[in-house]
Design a protein. Structure first.
Length: 361
C-alpha cells in the first residue's frame, strides 16, 4: 500500500491520499514500521492520525526507535563558566562533556538556538560570524549575518526538509536606542534563498516576550509566553504573527501561580500550570490549533519538586533544572532520576535535542 501525506488548512492534521486502501494498519505492524523510518518521515507520520501520533510518543516506542535508527535524544546544554562549554544529557546517562561540542567551528561561538533534527545556530563571540552546524556529524557552514546593528532578542530555527536540506531561522531583535517592548524587528533566513529578509516591524502594544527559554514549535509556529498573559505565535509558513489567549478558566488565578511554562506535549502546544495551595500541576494541551481549543491532558498531584518544569521529555517524563543538574520526573509513579553536571546552566540554555548521524549536506 502506498500512502502519501498532504498538508491541509487544518494544522493539526494532514490529508491522506492512498492508492488502494484506507491507511489503517494493525497496532503491531504499525509500531514495527514506524520504528524504522527517518526523523523527517516520523514527523510527517505523526500528522496522519491521533493514533499514530500517540503511539510515536510512547516511551517504549521512542526507546526502540532511537536504538534502531541511531538517534541521539536528550538535551543540548550550554553552561556558564570562564569559557563556553557545551554538554549533552539524556535520561539515565551521565553528562557527556565532549560528545556534542562546537569544536568544529573555526571560532569560539555561542549557541543562539537549536532546531529539530539536530541543527544548531551559533554566533562567534568576537567577529560576530553566524554559523549553522550539526554536532553529531561535525559539519558546519557559514551563513550571511543579519542586521547586527540591532540587539538580538529571541532566535528560533526549524528544519523544513532534510533532503535537500532546507531550514528557516527567525531572529527577533530591537533597535539599540529604543526602549524594550515598543518595537520588535523580525528577520527571516531561508536556506533555500541564502539570504535574510526583514519583515514588517512588530508593534508590541505593551506586551513583551517573556520566556527566555527556547520557544515551543508546534502546528507550524514558534511560541513564546508574554507578560500580557498571552502566547506570541509566529507562523513559519505565512511569516505572520498573532497573540493566542490562554484557556478561559486561566483568568481566575486565585489558587494558581502565574508561572505557566510552555512545553510540547505529544507534538502539540501545551501549558504547565502550578497550583498555589496544593501540590498539584496541570498540563493543558491545545487540542485543536485552528479552533484554539484547550484541553486538560494531565493532572499530577503531590509532585515532589517545587522547581519549574522546563520541558516534557516524553508525555510521561518532566524535566526540572536544579542548579547544575537535570531531574527527570516520572509523572506516572512519582519517581525521579538525576543527571548530575559539573557546571551551572539556566533554562534558557537547555535545548531539546534529537538528531541522527546522517550528513547535513
Amino acid at each position: 500500500m502506498e500512502i502519501t501525506c498532504r498538508e491541509t488548512k487544518d494544522k493539526d492534521s494532514v490529508e491522506i491520499v492512498e492508492s488502494q486502501h484506507c491507511p489503517y494498519l494493525p497496532q503491531d505492524p504499525m509500531f514495527e514500521i514506524l520504528t524504522r523510518v527517518s526523523l523527517e518521515t516520523l514527523e510527517r507520520c505523526r500528522l496522519v492520525s491521533k493514533e499514530w501520533n500517540h503511539v510515536t510518543y510512547e516511551p517504549s516506542f521512542m526507546k526502540l526507535y532511537c536504538k534502531r535508527n541511531g538517534i541521539l535524544s536528550g538535551f543540548f546544554i550550554q553552561c556558564l563558566g570562564l569559557k563556553l562549554y557545551t554538554a549533552f544529557a539524556s535520561q539515565g546517562n551521565p553528562f557527556q562533556d565532549s560528545s556534542l561540542s562546537l569544536g568544529m567551528l573555526p571560532l569560539l561561538a555561542t549557541v543562539l538556538t537549536v532546531s529539530n533534527q539536530g541543527l544548531v545556530y551559533c554566533e562567534s563571540l568576537r567577529s560576530r560570524f553566524h554559523y549553522v552546524c550539526k554536532p553529531t556529524t561535525g559539519e558546519w557552514l557559514k551563513i550571511p549575518n543579519p542586521k547586527t546593528r540591532f540587539t538580538t532578542y529571541r532566535n528560533a530555527m526549524v528544519v523544513l526538509q532534510s533532503r535537500p536540506l532546507r531550514y528557516k531561522i527567525v531572529r527577533l531583535s530591537e533597535p539599540r536606542d529604543a526602549s524594550r517592548g515598543c518595537t520588535i524587528i523580525c528577520e527571516i533566513f531561508d536556506s533555500e534563498k541564502g539570504a535574510w529578509k526583514r519583515l514588517e516591524n512588530i508593534k508590541s502594544s505593551g506586551f513583551v516576550l517573556l520566556s527566555e527559554a527556547p520557544p515551543v514549535f508546534a502546528s507550524g509556529a514558534f511560541h513564546w509566553f508574554t507578560f500580557s498573559q498571552q502566547i506570541f505565535a509566529f507562523d513559519i509558513n505565512s511569516e505572520k504573527w498573532e497573540l493566542i489567549d490562554l484557556p478561559e478558566n486561566f483568568t481566575d488565578e486565585t489558587t494558581f501561580y502565574l508561572k505557566k511554562p510552555l512545553v510540547q506535549y505529544e507534538g502539540k502546544l501545551a501549558l504547565v500550570r502550578y497550583a498555589m495551595d496544593v501540590d498539584k500541576v496541570e498540563i493543558w494541551v491545545m487540542e485543536n490549533y485552528s479552533r484554539r481549543t484547550w484541553k486538560l491532558a494531565r493532572e499530577i498531584v503531590n509532585i515532589a519538586y517545587e522547581d519549574t518544569i522546563v520541558h516534557l521529555y516524553r508525555s510521561d517524563v518532566a524535566v526540572v533544572i536544579n542548579y547544575k543538574d537535570l531531574v527527570w520526573y516520572d509523572l506516572n509513579n512519582g519517581t525521579s532520576t538525576t543527571t548530575k553536571g559539573s557546571r551551572i546552566f539556566f533554562s534558557r540554555n537547555v535545548y531539546p535535542f534529537e538528531s541522527d548521524y546522517e550528513p547535513m549536506l
